[in-house]
Design a protein around this ligand. Structure first.
Ligand code: ADP
Ligand code: MG
Length: 281
């Protein structure tokens, strides 16, 4: 249970206004930050995790101002920043270290509880069996799941992810998002995830904050994420699987002709994939 408060945050780099009076509050939700390149997503996440500081305004976690890097905020990067030569288990364990520690000091430093937490985290992301495999031998999707496990080992109150699936193929991206959402839910942690793939965002998000030129364009629940709003954010993109602009109509046509219910996330029969198509179970 945690509350993130972004209070009137402005961030400038010289003449560039990367964030312009941004305010929102999220509490125990899985929130997606949407916006095209340059909109300010990374700047927002970097301000929240204390890697950089707002020029104006304040960010608080459970009422406590964030003034620098802290261990109760877990961050997952697009380029997962793993230690290549060591196992998934060792990489997960690094989540328990402060940022200046070295990998070689890892095993001596960790107590039994931390080691168990690393194995549990690897289990949460479906990699318990692969825990002794070197991450350099893993697929991109598996490596990103190790990145999620590492963030979980921190036992964070807040989970941040900056475009965690941007460099993955659609099927790996879907799988990684599945594990990320499961991880947030199992650990009951508030999550703020930036994504540019609208269809994936629409499937996994519980709330959507759209940034354009550093300003909030919308802050909506899934049923209000309409193609019109997304077009305002990105221009013309494919919006299969989104709510329709007609709010009376809660189903949309998907690319293979099935109907996708935007409220239940189902077409009423089988499981659906990330853009609402039926998958064989
Ligand atoms: P996004 O992650 O949505 O692509 P960013 O937060 O990276 O957007 O960038 C927002 C704006 O701030 C862009 O105009 C970008 O060029 C600028 N910007 C980001 N980081 C820096 C920096 N370290 N120095 C100067 N300008 C920056
Ligand atoms: Mg970015």
């Amino acid at each position: 249970m945690s509350t993130l408060t972004v209070d009137n945050v402005t961030k400038t780099y010289g003449d560039v206004v990367a964030l312009d009076s941004v305010s929102f509050e999220i509490e125990d939700e899985f929130v997606v930050l949407l916006g095209e390149s340059g909109a300010g997503k990374s700047t927002m996440l970097r301000c929240v995790n204390g890697l950089t500081h707002p020029t104006e305004g304040e960010i608080r976690l459970n009422g406590d101002p964030i003034n620098g890097s802290r261990s109760d905020i877990g961050m997952i990067f697009q380029q997962h920043n793993l230690v290549d030569g060591v196992s998934a288990y060792m990489n997960a364990l690094t989540g328990s270290l402060d940022r200046t520690s070295t990998v070689s000091s890892l095993l001596q430093q960790q107590n039994k509880e931390t080691k168990e937490r690393a194995l549990e985290a690897l289990q949460t992301v479906g990699l318990l069996e692969e825990s002794h495999q070197r991450t350099s031998q893993m697929s991109g999707g598996q490596q990103q799941r190790v990145g999620i496990a590492r963030a979980l080992v921190q036992d964070p109150a807040l989970l941040l992810a900056d475009e965690p699936v941007a460099s993955l193929d659609p099927s790996s991206a879907e799988s990684v998002m599945d594990y990320l959402k499961k991880a947030a839910s199992v650990h009951e942690v508030t999550a703020l995830v930036s994504l540019h793939q609208v269809n994936i965002a629409a499937y996994f998000g519980e709330r959507f904050i759209g940034l354009r030129d550093g300003e909030i364009l919308f802050d909506v629940s899934p049923e209000k994420l309409t193609p019109g709003l997304v077009d305002d954010l990105y221009g013309n993109v494919e919006t299969v699987g989104l709510a329709t602009d007609n709010s009376d109509n809660s189903t949309v046509d998907t690319s293979d002709g099935t109907r996708y219910d935007t409220e239940t996330g189902s077409d009423g029969t089988d499981e659906v994939d990330v853009i609402g198509r039926q998958v064989e179970s």
